[in-house]
Design a protein around this ligand. Structure first.
Ligand code: MUC
Ligand code: MG
Length: 366
């Protein structure tokens, strides 16, 4: 089986409501659908979400990288030669979501050709994950209402609360309101680099009684000593997200003492790189969470496929519900969160079937 063609199709699906956080906001899912075709008629699929505020990629840059740089490097290879692909794409720096989408599409092809799911191929630990929902910036009452609605409708009881605003009491009050409204919920926070280490320390002190699970990326990765100082005084684990786009960054953050947990995002490290990150974390005794790159249903299925495959990634609820904010999606069979859980599809590969009429409607290149 040989790769014959690689497509990168830009599409845009509106959001019902924007998601706001310290490093930016998302008002539409202007993503890129990546399809890898083979000579025996199989098509592997994944999506790349451009996040300029995190990785510098745009929708146009992803299309350009996939079509202009990467396609020629993979055409002619077998989809099973994933390490060849990784090395060849790795000669170009950056472009994490463009590379990750190609990698995941190859795993989809491998699963399809062997007749097994990607979750089984990767590790086969389980067939489901608990779902965590991300609550973006708003007035505290609005944030409480959103969390309540999501808990009521989908049975989700783990919430990641976006923080990192100034002054810090905006977020402290929102977290306090959420805790008061939901005494039994699991809550954790994500600052998207919005605070200085001193602000983060004050905010954490003001929230010590809120029983937070952990805090993610409260201040920028370049605040090397500030982050170390913060870890030293924090009573909860401090997770790295944007600061760890590659396995090497994971090593630097963890061994440098600037983080004590890691967010794994398949959208940026694919399945091959995410497996490496997970192995590093397990070897170092560091906990992980399956993060979300504000993915659509396709990207969420990819996170789920990986997260359910291993015990360590299944322990905590995974961030798998951002697609609920989108007005529509591309899958023929939509994802359904029930009782706070998402189940892996019982189908070869990733089990993705793209609705051709929806793609025709939402693609922006025609
Ligand atoms: C998250 O976990 O931070 C927002 C920015 C980004 O890079 O990812 C999202 C969610
Ligand atoms: Mg984050």
């Amino acid at each position: 089986m040989k790769i014959t063609k690689v497509e990168a199709i830009p599409f845009a699906i509106p959001y019902r409501k924007p998601l706001r956080f310290a490093s930016g906001e998302v008002t539409e899912a202007a993503h890129v659908l990546v399809r890898v075709h083979t000579d025996d008629g199989l098509v592997g699929v994944a999506e790349a979400p451009p996040r300029p505020f995190t990785y510098g990629e745009t929708q146009a840059s992803i299309v350009a990288a996939v079509c202009g740089l990467f396609a020629d490097l993979v055409i002619g290879l077998s989809p099973l030669e994933r390490e060849q692909v990784r090395v060849r794409l790795g000669r170009t720096v950056g472009n994490p979501t463009a590379k990750a989408a190609i990698d995941m599409a190859l795993w989809d092809l491998a699963g399809q050709s062997l007749g097994v799911s990607v979750t089984e191929l990767l590790g086969g630990y389980g067939d489901r994950m608990r779902v965590a929902h991300m609550v973006g910036f708003a007035e505290p009452a609005e944030m409480v209402a959103e969390a309540g609605r999501v808990r009521e409708q989908y049975g989700i009881s783990t919430f990641k609360v976006k923080v990192g605003r100034r002054p810090i009491h905006l977020d402290v009050s929102a977290c306090r309101a959420l805790r008061e409204a939901m005494p039994d919920a699991e809550l954790y926070i994500d600052g998207n680099r919005g605070w200085t280490a001193a602000e983060a320390a004050r905010a954490l002190r003001a929230m010590t009684d809120l029983d937070l699970l952990f805090a993610e990326e409260l201040c920028p990765a370049d605040d090397v000593l500030g982050r170390r100082w913060l870890v030293g005084q924090s009573g909860i684990p401090m997770y790295a997200d944007e600061s760890v786009p590659t396995p090497g960054d994971v090593t630097r953050e963890l061994l440098g003492g600037s983080a004590t947990g890691v967010s794994i995002k398949t959208a940026r490290t694919g399945f091959t790189g995410s497996h490496r990150v997970l192995a590093q974390c397990e070897g170092l005794g560091v906990e992980v969470v399956m993060g979300n790159q504000i993915d659509g249903q396709l990207g969420s299925l990819c996170s789920l496929a990986f997260g359910a495959a291993f015990e360590a990634t299944s322990r905590q609820a995974g961030e798998l519900s951002n697609f609920l904010d989108m007005a529509d999606d591309l899958l023929t069979e939509p994802l359904e969160i029930r009782d706070g859980l998402l189940r892996v599809r019982e189908a070869p590969g990733l089990g993705i079937d793209i609705d051709a009429s929806k793609l025709a409607h939402y693609r922006t290149d025609r």
